[in-house]
Design a protein around this ligand. Structure first.
Ligand SMILES: [Mg+2]
Ligand SMILES: [Zn+2]
Length: 254
């Protein structure tokens, strides 16, 4: 099936609530947060390390660790900086709708827990936000000698060298017969897309899905995501894909 076709759900999926997984950087935020941190807060040597990674001499985990060690900042400065990050303008509404319907929603990200927590709080998250339970990402410590990053969800069995192995987390959390949705924007989302039943894609993930013939629904903002997944809550606007959206709505109506 080609991209852009209506969402096709697996025939055998029983009518249970779906589980929605979303990438963070470039999906919920407008740009890649670590790139921005490096650009604005790191000494320029980070570019040399980037070149080593591009040339394939080091892996992405080593690359990130060494680059973030070049960032000299304080907790307060970082917090203020995070509050200036541009987000998808419709994410807050989508997140609200998902919580209202009690649909399990997880951020899965190679990015930084410190950033995700702060952004999700701003979006109205009131529950505890534990990395490894409520969301999944790399772990940041702010030290006077530089930022330190750890990868608690880099699975030993992962063949892709993921900082956070999204497909493994998704397989673990999907349970028996749930409908797994993945929302993402980048090439590092391709393995996650491979284990999802429904993919919403933009950017390089969309290009990748199109090239590989992976079924997906293109989106620009979370308004499109909301219309595709939760049409009855999307301000009365017509659903992007009526038949499949109706089916999703039946699945997701609390
Ligand atoms: Mg991304
Ligand atoms: Zn992996």
């Amino acid at each position: 099936m080609k991209c852009g076709n209506p969402i096709a759900y697996p025939a055998a999926t029983p009518p249970e609530q779906p589980v929605i997984f979303s990438d963070f950087d470039g999906t919920i935020t407008q740009a890649d947060v670590i790139d921005q941190i490096l650009n604005q807060l790191a000494s320029p040597a980070w570019r040399k390390i980037e070149a080593e990674w591009v040339a394939g001499r080091i892996g992405s985990r080593e690359c990130l660790s060494r680059q973030l060690a070049l960032v000299n900042t304080t907790t307060r400065e970082l917090r203020d900086w995070i509050d200036s990050i541009e987000l998808d303008p419709h994410f807050r509404d989508f997140y609200r709708a998902v919580r209202r319907r009690r649909i399990p929603f997880y951020v899965v990200s190679d990015g930084l827990d410190f950033v995700i927590r702060r952004v999700m709080r701003r979006m109205g998250a009131r529950q505890p936000l534990r990395n490894g339970l409520d969301f999944f990402s790399s772990e940041l410590s702010i030290r006077p000698e530089g930022l330190e990053i750890r990868f608690p969800h880099a699975a030993a069995q992962c063949k892709h060298g993921c900082a956070t192995c999204k497909p493994q987390i998704m397989q673990k959390l999907r349970g028996e017969s749930r409908l797994v949705v993945y929302i993402g924007d980048g090439l590092s989302d391709r393995f996650a897309a491979g284990v999802a039943d429904v993919v919403l894609a933009k950017g390089r993930l969309l290009e990748y899905c199109r090239k590989q013939g992976i079924a997906c629904t293109p989106f620009k903002t979370f308004r499109d995501v909301e219309e595709a997944l939760l049409p009855s809550s999307a301000n009365g606007r017509p659903a992007a894909h009526k038949a499949s959206a109706r089916r999703m709505a039946a699945l997701t109506t609390a």
